[in-house]
Design a protein around this ligand. Structure first.
Ligand code: RP5
Length: 162
């Protein structure tokens, strides 16, 4: 059973979105990846969103760049949580993507993450946290991940000033 769908507007988004896939893979969460373009394949977008819940998905991570309407349109067509990842764009460095995704009018939410790699990874970590609610094994894995990060920072040394 697939728990999380990772969708993106183009295969050019993969460089960023692969970081969401990496996190889910590391946590052993079952996911699928698809290219679904809001403006180039709108019928596919509708079909994907309309069938997601029945196929057992618990959340959709959607990344897009520019006039990034993919996450918002998915959210309009499914009750599942949609986690939006702004992909850096060629001319506006992803600020356009961020504003397009985050400024959803009241009533149809999209949980919006940071531009780029950090946003993709954090969207996946957020999905893991959602799934861990009711899954003790996943909750333990998430705690261990946090602990590892903590130990990494505690072990950081700074250079001596000469
Ligand atoms: C958006 O347009 C995609 O999400 C991508 O970020 C951007 C550019 O797409 P390509 O021209 O690289 O296919 O729909």
């Amino acid at each position: 059973m697939i728990d999380v769908g990772i969708v993106m507007g183009s295969n050019s988004d993969w460089e960023v979105m692969q970081h969401a896939a990496r996190v889910l893979k590391d946590f052993g969460v079952a996911f699928e990846t698809r290219v679904v373009s809001a403006h180039r394949t709108p019928d596919l977008l509708f079909e994907y969103a309309e069938t997601a819940e029945a196929r057992g998905l618990k959340a959709i991570i959607a990344g897009a760049g520019g006039a990034a309407h993919l996450p918002g349109m998915l959210a309009a067509k499914t009750h599942l949580p949609v986690l939006g990842v702004p992909v850096p764009s060629k001319y506006l460095r992803g600020e356009d993507s961020l504003l397009s995704i985050v400024q959803m009018p009241k009533g149809i939410p999209v949980a919006t993450f940071a531009i780029g790699e950090a946003g993709a990874a954090n969207a996946a970590l957020f999905a893991v946290a959602q799934l861990a609610n009711g899954n003790p094994q996943l909750a333990e894995a998430l705690k261990a991940f946090r602990e590892k990060q903590k130990q990494t920072v505690l072990a950081m040394a700074l250079p001596e000033v000469q």
